[in-house]
Write a protein that binds this ligand. Sequence first.
Ligand SMILES: Nc1ncnc2c1ncn2[C@@H]1O[C@H](COP(=O)(O)OP(=O)(O)OP(=O)(O)O)[C@@H](O)[C@H]1O
Ligand SMILES: [Mg+2]
Length: 306
Amino acid sequence: MTATAPEQQTAEVVYDVKDVTLRFGGVTSLNKVSLQMHRGEILAVIGPNGAGKTSLFNSLTGVYTPQEGSITLAARKGDTLTSVLGQKTHVINRMGVARTFQNIRLFPALTALENVKVGVETRQKSGPIASMLGMPWQRREERESTEKAYELLRFVGLTRRANDLAGSLAYGEQRRLEIARALGTEPGVILLDEPAAGTNPNEKQELAALIRKVNIEDNISVLLIEHDMKLVMSVAHRLVVLNFGEKIAEGTPEQIQKDPVVVAAYLGTSEDEAQAMTEGLEVQTIDVREGLLDEPGAAGTEGGQS
Ligand SMILES: Nc1ncnc2c1ncn2[C@@H]1O[C@H](COP(=O)(O)OP(=O)(O)OP(=O)(O)O)[C@@H](O)[C@H]1O
Ligand SMILES: [Mg+2]
């Protein structure tokens, strides 16, 4: 394997999904879905409501075990592809996969810092007993996890919120905090399920900048589910489109925006979805390296048109 600069995509496979079928009783939420995710890329999964996007994430992370097909993973550089089917979520997490959820799952009564420490501490060796006894190495780990958590809060632009309760943060801040917590587990791959859902245009811009930063500065492969076409088309290197549990298209943002099958799938659903897709069509894709070094918050200059 050759050494690559962090921003370079490689052809190395991170997730190899082959002919995956997932059924719930009479509902087939994934039907013979195949896709490959490459190291260093931002791959987006789009599709109308109920298309199977979250089901795919849940299959990749061990929440569900598909009845058919195979899923192999090599999350961190140098790993060999290993099956994740039947593995528990915490095992897959230790294999280098972190995720955020469509519905935010923070601990609202813990501070922002404590939430991130939860992520960091999954990588440490001390269990609760060592913590209670205050063993020397445990105290060192505690100090290290606090430092690491502060570093991650700074990375996502939330330093000044460190000691505020997670539940008191603005919506976009909570979304960024979830990403910080996920990064605490030192993943090779991060799965983001609608990270911009419910956020305002400025927060969306901040999230887009953060997703690029995670990808380029931390060299993490990103799998992104997102309904906001403007955001998707501006950050994704490549997209996979699901509809009724099937993969109907795959390609670059330019290819997907022009694909009549994709446009039809969106037009066949609600007006909001169709409008979202049409808005996406108007957007020029931008180079993913642009705006990379902007601090979150500094990126939102054109978001708030009304
Ligand atoms: N645990 C479950 N039990 C039964 N059916 C399920 C379950 N999880 C998903 N499904 C079904 O699978 C299909 C795909 O759902 P999924 O949540 O994956 O869609 P999605 O693309 O994430 O949609 P959205 O954009 O609304 O989040 C839907 O018909 C859904 O009802
Ligand atoms: Mg979903």
